[in-house]
Ligand binder design. Sequence first.
Ligand code: NAD
Length: 390
Amino acid sequence: MKRKLRMGMVGGGNDAFIGAVHRIAAFMDGKIELVCGAFSIDPQISKQSGEDLFVAPERVYLNYEEMIEKESLLPEGERMDFVTIVTPNFLHFAPAKLALEKGFDVVVEKPMTVSVEEAKELQETVERTGRTLCLTHTYSGYPMVKQAKAMVKEGHFGKIRKIVVEYPQGWLSRLTEREGNAGAAWRADPKRSGKSLVMGDIGTHAAHLAEYVSGLKIQELCADLTTFVEGRLLDDDGSVLLRFENGAKGVLMASQISAGEENAVRIRIYGEKGGLEWANEDPNNLIIKMLDQPRQLYRTGNAYAAPYTLSSFATHNTRVPAGHPEGLLESFANIYRNFAATVTAKREGQIPTAEQQDFPTVYDGVRGMAFIDTVVKNNEGTEKWTKFVL
Ligand code: NAD
């Protein structure tokens, strides 16, 4: 395929937050172009957004149903190749399902759906149609996160014993949803957000990061959810004890009332021989702590000599020479670049490389929904540990 992949968007209009980040990420490597959209719940805003983005007026649609239907009737040489879905949580499933059924690939925001049942239905649809679904767990796109994963996998730290993952934010420390903040309003509304505010919004990122870097699956958990802000309809803070499949133990903290915090995602993993630490607010550094050795600092973009050579997964996802900061936008772009390479390879009848296939998929989406369900079930029930059931 000697052309760019053609992208359509559901959501992401001038009234949205993350849609613009998706466009920056999608366009960064010159492999993707925007051709159509149903950009907003408000047709006027959708129209204006399309104009601002130089999308042909006849391809700015009133709603996602019209977009997917009309695009599917266009000639192969014109129609969109995939849909990016960046709507509130309750509006991920229906457009994703329809797009897959009509032959389009999908990029969808997390949490993938608002229930395990919907998530499993999307999994079945992906498997039946053979299409590709990419879930944007942003933090898994960083080169030093990939380096951490590679070092755990090659046994650098020995058997993993302890995983500590945190995602504190402070922006919901007040009743922000009643202060005219549309993003906070739908997030705090159980009908549009799902069963848990804090776990749906940021806890799934933390759970995914823990499983991604450690390569281990959560098996059971014990959770404590709290609504600190009076008048709020959903939880805004959570602490979860985790048990992983190899006997490793974990602690997950996700909180939106950690006053003063920004997006302080951090993960620490400890094995028999040593551990690692990575933080979103300092993403080009990976700290390695080995027993009886001075600390080491791995940095993005270096051509270290053996045995310190950076993994092919880290270098594949690095764009600029060492010392030039790469951040969230590049991490997001890595997810898009790998997704686009995989879609293109599949369409050409080729098998994508392991590096190209390294992005979150429908299976991560199902685990994310099962994580939310298990946390809520355990928090509401009386049993100490609840099995993570898929
Ligand atoms: P937002 O409220 O800022 O924007 C939502 C957009 O969806 C708006 O443009 C709105 O008009 C549009 N919309 C709503 N209903 C629609 C419909 N029926 N058809 C078309 N458009 C419709 O929300 P946001 O903060 O951009 O979040 C969107 C999604 O992205 C959420 O699922 C959220 O969890 C996720 N998100 C992920 C990250 C990340 O780090 N990966 C960060 C922020 C948000």
